[in-house]
Design a protein around this ligand. Structure first.
Ligand code: ATR
Length: 290
């Protein structure tokens, strides 16, 4: 039997760039996707200086890199340095997935579709026709708002500690909301007196250790309450959701689903995201128990 000649070629190189980045689960997820797909890639984590993102990307391209994921705090810069952007990255003004092709940087944002896929496929909750509350108006919210609207909720309310930022985010997305036939509103926090079907925390409030920035009136039994973070950063929100009868969900599913979209963009193969999510959850839970 002759050896497979493709095994002699170096694997295509990818990475995740961020600061900090050592906590990132992306190398584990992409290695597992490649293994399950019978594909060969090399995927590492690169710590990039806070003022060195563009240089870091150029150096990675020069070293033969084919693409990278981008995490905090570089998602806006990633969109800014791109030669081409997908519609969803342009509307978000932020990118989490870069592909290097013919000397050009192509940028996409897979966070929103990752969240939508996690809600609809993994949690089994359709978004169409539902009432959705999005808490926060920073980069995390901007990245997911377009795909959430594309999923066709009846109403989507944005609340934020700084109300002006919520209004600006809503204004920039009204054309999409009209296409989706969604009522897109902002409300002051003290006007939140009714329950929603789906509540999404896209703030850093758990990290800040300040408790949940909305009243429990937004929850009813069965509300899906998602924090876009996972691990200890999500605990205070998820504990609050559980205590108020909602169904808690952390951001691990979104993380795996956004990675699956990036893998598809790079490799043209759809990995089994639900399987990898179950495996990753076992790893994370095992580490937390130690
Ligand atoms: P990211 O890009 O990760 O979304 P960001 O742009 O700093 O980060 O936005 C963080 C979000 O968390 C914002 O909506 C922020 O509210 P403000 O716009 O008022 O700053 C929200 N946030 C951060 N700390 C908060 C806190 N202690 N209470 C309520 N909201 C908080």
């Amino acid at each position: 039997m002759s050896a497979d000649p493709s095994q002699a070629l170096p694997a295509d190189r990818y990475c995740v760039m961020g600061n900090p980045v050592s906590h990132s689960r992306s190398p584990w997820i992409h290695a597992r996707f490649a293994e399950l797909a019978g594909d060969r890639i090399e995927y590492g984590a690169q710590l990039v200086a806070l003022d060195g993102f563009a240089d870091g990307v150029r150096a990675f391209i020069d070293a033969g890199g084919r693409g990278c994921n981008v995490t905090v705090p570089f998602k806006f810069e990633a969109a800014a340095i791109a030669d081409r952007l997908t519609d969803r990255a342009r509307i978000a003004g932020a990118a989490n997935t870069l592909r290097f092709e013919n000397g050009e940087i192509h940028a996409d944002n897979t966070d929103g579709v990752g969240l939508v896929n996690d809600i609809e496929r993994n949690a089994g909750v359709p978004i169409a026709g539902r009432d959705v509350l999005l808490i926060g108006a920073g980069g995390a919210s901007a990245g997911v708002l377009g795909p959430l609207l594309n999923a066709g909720p009846a109403r989507l309310v944005i609340v934020n500690r700084t109300a002006d930022k919520a209004r600006a985010l809503a204004d920039s997305h009204q054309p999409l909301a009209r296409v989706a036939d969604t009522l897109l509103q902002t409300l002051p926090i003290d006007a939140l007196t009714h329950p929603f079907d789906i509540v999404i925390n896209a703030t850093a409030s758990s990290l800040a250790g300040v408790g949940v920035p909305v009243p429990a009136a937004v929850l009813r039994p069965g509300t899906l309450a998602i924090d876009m973070m996972y691990g200890s950063a999500s605990h205070s929100f998820l504990d609050w959701a559980t205590a108020n009868g909602a169904v808690p969900r952390d951001g691990l599913g979104m993380l795996v689903e956004q990675a699956a979209e990036a893998f598809f963009d790079w490799r043209g193969i759809r990995p089994p995201a639900a399987q990898v999510l179950a495996e990753l959850r076992a790893v994370v839970d095992g580490q937390a128990a130690r």
